[in-house]
Design a protein around this ligand. Structure first.
Ligand code: HEM
Length: 479
């Protein structure tokens, strides 16, 4: 039995909608707030109560700070949201540095969400089993945008790749935190407090993360729940979550081309095998998804969904199986964190920096099968493809931004010196933070590749708030 108010939490937060192969993300601008509020009051939002079936149609909604303001949320209420959210993803130089948004990835170059683009107020997420049903649900939900008081900035499409692959050719969406009070099964090292992902519940510190609370007179219709730890206030944040959205373009050709230059001779086998070996070291899993910690020598599709491993406790303190700088080790170091790697304490520290990922790929696959063996050697086709990276968290600074800055983009991660994340690293804005080196720990001597270009470029992004169901009704009722 869930101890979370699943009927109040929008469905995409707790369910991945994996059975729904088609998705469209609508970036919308509020033109007429009064009309938008009428529309909001009627939206059939999918909740987290039931796992969706293949034929279901699911709709969820999130807002930027600008959007909430346009709907009439008072300044004092807006001021209680997380600073990262109200400042926005591109709001300050500091944030750009943290996120590695420079050069081609700088917000001035973005297609949406940047300073030169039309302001996004609302993000509508639509999911269905097939493309026709998806179009139907979009049509039925918004139809004529103007009559809803909205303007469509862009409709972002998605693609479902075979075997749950992302565009480089690796199985994605395997490791997710198990949520206390919701997920019944989970190893203790992976059970994370619900308040890390849904506001209004205790977080990994046993506390309630700051969120917008309103005075009872600001909620005359009593639409909002009473705040669990502050009974004199109504809870606008409860059952909501912050959605981080980054449109990440992947240069698949550059990725495999670089590997073809570097891997042969350094890794065993023919060119394809050597490339796959090095690429898997960079990811921390084989293309099938099998984790290197549990299958260090060769891919093993039987372990495709295996998530039952640590690093130090699994006998890989030194990264001889799964390199220290690999993407999965950086983005979730599990038990490898100071001050005492391998200890329960290390695991508890890691639980303060988890995210739930809900992204979807977009753009045509480089090869229909998505097998690296078939992607390698394909000529560049200049097609735009990548990942609409979504993640949910309740403290953007301590969760998403921390992962991005302190782990992914840091050349000094866990004793390394000049390596950043080989898959998604920003390769630094300055000589001192350049990165672009990947070290494969090995006996008797480590192997290194250098001069790695940036494979992933940011094309757009924003911080959104996905309110609980009652909070959406509250927003719809604002005068
Ligand atoms: C185009 C960009 C990206 C690609 C291609 C990519 C690919 C992958 C792959 C193949 C995995 C392993 C499979 C799995 O456990 O799901 C993975 C895991 C993961 N990624 Fe990414 N990723 C990308 C961006 C990001 C970003 C921006 C973040 C956060 C800042 C991130 C955080 C994670 C996390 C937390 C895991 C799970 C690690 C674990 O618990 O073992 N990824 N990613």
């Amino acid at each position: 039995m869930s101890t979370l108010q699943v009927k109040e939490i929008q469905g995409i937060v707790l369910h991945g909608y994996g059975s729904l192969n088609h998705a469209g993300f609508l970036l919308l601008q509020v033109q007429n707030a009064a009309l938008v509020k009428v529309w909001l009051g009627t939206l059939p939002l999918r909740t987290s109560e039931q796992r969706p079936e293949a034929a279901d149609l699911c709709i969820n909604i999130a807002f930027t700070a600008a959007g909430l303001k346009k709907l009439g949320l008072a300044e004092d209420q807006l001021g209680m949201f997380a600073g990262e959210f109200t400042e926005g993803m591109t709001g300050t130089e500091h944030r750009r540095r943290i996120l590695g948004d420079h050069g081609e990835s700088s917000p001035e170059q973005w297609r949406w969400g940047g300073p030169g683009n039309d302001g996004v107020d609302v993000l509508l997420l639509c999911y269905a089993g097939d493309e026709e049903a998806l179009n139907r649900v979009v049509e039925r939900t918004v139809g004529d945008y103007e009559s809803r008081g909205l303007r469509l900035i862009e409709r972002l499409g998605t693609v479902k790749l075979p075997d749950r692959k992302e565009h480089f050719g690796f199985r994605d969406g395997i490791s997710q935190p198990a949520i206390m009070g919701f997920d019944e099964e989970g190893t203790p090292g992976n059970m994370v407090a619900a308040g890390e992902f849904v506001l209004g519940y205790p977080n990994a510190y046993g506390q309630y993360t700051d969120r917008p609370l309103v005075r009872p007179e600001q909620d005359p219709l009593h639409l909002l729940p009473v705040a669990p730890e502050a009974a004199s206030h109504h809870d606008l944040g409860m059952n909501g979550s912050y959605l981080v959205f980054r449109q990440l373009s992947q240069d698949v050709h550059e990725f495999w081309n670089y590997l073809a230059q570097q891997a042969p001779g350094k890794f065993a086998g023919d060119t394809t095998q050597a490339c796959i070996a090095l690429a898997s070291k960079m990811v921390g899993r084989w293309p099938s998804g099998a984790p290197l910690v549990n299958s260090p020598q060769a891919d093993n599709p039987a372990l495709a969904d295996d998530n039952d491993f640590m690093f130090v406790r699994s006998g890989d303190a030194d990264g001889l199986k799964c390199p220290i700088g690999s993407h999965v080790r950086r983005s979730n170091p599990r038990d490898a964190l100071d001050p005492e790697p391998g200890s329960d304490r290390s695991i508890e520290v890691g639980k303060r920096h988890r995210i739930i990922r809900r992204g979807r790929a977009y753009g045509p696959p480089a090869a229909a099968s998505m097998q690296p063996g078939e992607i390698i050697g394909k000529p560049a086709d200049n097609q735009e493809r990548g990942l609409h990276f979504f993640c949910f968290n309740t403290h953007i600074g301590r969760q998403f931004e921390f992962i991005q800055y302190t782990w992914v983009n840091s050349p000094k991660f866990d004793g390394l010196y000049e390596d950043d994340d080989p898959l998604i690293g920003d390769r630094g804005a300055t000589e001192q933070t350049r990165g672009g080196v990947f070290t494969v720990q090995q006996e008797p001597v480590r192997k290194r590749v250098t001069g790695m270009p940036r494979f992933v470029t940011v094309r757009g992004g924003g911080y959104f708030f996905m309110p609980g169901i009652s909070a959406v009704r509250y927003l719809a009722s604002l005068k």
